[in-house]
Design a protein around this ligand. Structure first.
Ligand SMILES: [Fe+2]
Ligand SMILES: [Fe+2]
Length: 237
């Protein structure tokens, strides 16, 4: 079984297949992690922005995997359940590590180590997908099906939550039901953050209060019992 890492685009089913879309996103993740490693030297806003870019890519990417790609893998692969569960365990760890990173400042003594631990789990996640899961799907599915999954994954990725929500189920139905409320709350917080960056001030006054209220609302939504439905004990928190 050949990794998808060094296959030609044609072999992957063209740019729109799930294989090519995943590989392109993983390459982008590599570049964003490199930028976060460079900016950690000087810290400040540049590093915060770099880490946010990593988080935004990671959470939308993983959310769409959990609602589109992994259910499809479980339908077609005999080993789909344990294999996707292994990847979901990595996703859960990333959620928890990024939630800790969000609370830490670049000047904290453990910040760099925490960032490297997060990036190591992300690298492991990418390797399992490119070397095991996606080549297995390539063996069993035709180009049309791989492109259809690619389009569905892309659509969900564009409307997915952008922040870590470690308490929510990693599997449908809880995972899918969480999409709408958490996407609205996360993206409202992203808008506030972009406003804060554009005006070059820290989240103070009304903006900071609004951010805290939205974060509190997201925390309350996360804990709704219906959003934990479908969760496996291995990824529950
Ligand atoms: Fe991926
Ligand atoms: Fe993943």
């Amino acid at each position: 079984m050949a990794t998808i890492a060094d296959q030609s685009l044609e072999h992957l089913g063209g740019r729109t297949s799930i294989l090519a879309r995943q590989r392109a996103d993983h390459a982008r993740l590599d570049r964003l992690m490199a930028r976060a490693r460079t900016t950690v030297q000087e810290g400040g806003t540049a590093h915060q922005v770099a880490l946010r870019a990593v988080a935004r890519l990671v959470f939308t990417h993983a959310f769409a995997e959990e609602s589109v790609l992994f259910p499809a893998a479980r339908r077609v692969l005999p080993e789909g359940d344990p294999l996707t569960l292994r990847i979901e365990t990595d996703h859960q760890e990333v959620d928890e590590l990024v939630a800790q990173l969000d609370r830490s400042s670049w000047s904290d003594p453990g910040h760099r180590e925490l960032m490297e631990r997060t990036f190591a789990v992300l690298d492991h996640d990418v390797r399992t997908e490119e070397d095991e899961l996606l080549p297995r799907m390539q063996q069993l599915l035709g180009t049309r099906r791989l492109r259809l999954i690619g389009w569905q994954w892309e659509l969900v990725r564009r409307i997915a939550p952008t922040r870590p929500h470690p308490v929510v189920s990693r599997r449908p139905p809880g995972q899918v039901l969480s999409a709408l409320p958490l996407t609205v709350l996360d993206r409202a917080r992203d808008l506030l953050q972009r406003f804060d960056e554009a005006t070059r001030c820290r989240l103070t006054g009304p903006v900071s209060t609004a951010d805290r209220l939205l974060a509190g609302a997201a925390g309350a939504v996360e804990r709704t019992p219906v959003l934990r439905r479908g969760e496996r004990p291995e990824t529950s928190r």
